[in-house]
Ligand binder design. Structure first.
Ligand code: CP
Length: 333
């Protein structure tokens, strides 16, 4: 399958089910080759611009390492590096039009969805969503790969996607991307979150439509107990509703003081603990995309237990991004 060359990955809807499955196959192949010590310099001499508008440990490092292992190079760009950033001496249009003339693809972590959309509209090269307020498709690819490694086919898998308390107010990007994955790949996803924290219901409706054909399902419930019963995976994440996130930058990372009061009331009931695990099957695995707020979202005891696969999940960011880059940049034929 070579028709991914030149395409963008703004969200899961940009790929068909077949393309998602193929990308996962390539991810597994590249992972195997790396473990066997085989090089795969599929993007020799090619350059990726990694534009990060917020801090990033996993996404920035995995994209940079991915480009190195593929024989190319990533330029890390943030608000200190470009005139469009803190200096505010250039606009986004001129920045993207210029970057487009130098590099072969852009990975963009955007504070706003419109800036990602604009980059994709302007650039002639592939634009990859490295997390925006609406979706985190690269994390969803890594999560699916990790679950497939542990369970094989996800056709009958159940994922309990559990909201956890933390003071930062991230958007529901991963929740949204995984709901779309459940719809396309046909697994069961039960989102457990307090009232007022529902992910994007428009995206849920899109996932529901895909699920009708794939045999998957997406449901929102209000307790861990209902979600984790019979679950193969408990995936923990903290997010605010699209409406709260839309209030602006003060809710992003720093925490909105008014909103934190609401969340503190939920602190006791919304931390995944050994008690939560006791309501799930004994072989249920625990996931978190990281960074995690330990003992707020999930207890140390759970994160450090043999059921935790959080670092396998983090590792798979590298392998899935290598596949995405190689396919979109035309290095994999
Ligand atoms: N999971 C994730 O996207 O991590 P970073 O914010 O560290 O990139």
């Amino acid at each position: 399958m070579s028709n991914l060359k030149g395409r963008d990955l703004k969200g899961i809807a940009d790929f068909s089910t077949e393309e998602i499955e193929f990308t996962l196959e390539v991810s597994k192949l590249l992972k195997q080759e790396l473990k066997m010590g085989r090089t795969h310099r599929l993007l020799e001499g090619r350059t990726l611009a990694g534009i990060f508008e917020t801090p990033s440990t996993r996404t920035s490092i995995s994209f940079e390492t991915a480009m190195t292992q593929l024989g190319g190079h990533m330029i890390y760009l943030n608000e200190h590096r470009m005139w469009v950033g803190l200096a505010a001496e250039e606009d986004w249009h001129d920045t993207i039009m210029t970057v487009d003339r130098y590099v072969d693809a852009i990975a963009h972590r955007a504070i706003t969805r419109p800036s990602l959309e604009k980059a994709a509209e302007l650039a002639s090269i592939p634009v990859i969503n490295a997390s925006c307020p609406v979706e985190h498709p690269c994390q969803a690819f890594a999560d699916v790969m990790t679950m497939q490694e542990k369970k094989g086919s996800l056709a009958k898998a159940k994922v309990a996607f559990c909201w956890g308390y933390r003071t930062a107010n991230p958007p529901a990007g991963l929740t949204n991307s995984l709901m779309l994955m459940a719809g396309k790949l046909g697994f069961e996803m039960v989102v457990a979150c307090p009232e007022g924290f529902d992910p994007d219901l428009g995206i849920k409706a899109e996932a529901d439509r895909a699920a009708a054909a794939s045999g998957g399902s997406v449901k929102i419930v209000r307790s861990y107990e209902e979600a984790v019963k019979d679950a193969d995976f408990i995936n923990v994440y903290s997010w605010v509703s699209p409406a709260v996130f839309a209030k602006g930058l003060e809710t992003h990372f720093k925490g909105d003081p008014e909103f934190e009061e609401t969340k503190k009331k939920l602190k006791k009931d919304w931390c995944v603990s050994k008690r939560t695990l006791s309501m799930a099957p004994k072989d249920c695995r625990v996931m978190h995309c990281l960074p995690v707020s330990r003992n707020n979202e999930v207890t140390d005891e759970v994160l450090n237990s043999p059921q935790s696969i959080i670092f396998d999940e983090a590792e798979n960011r590298l392998h899935t991004e290598k596949a995405i880059l190689a396919l979109l940049m035309g290095g994999y034929r």
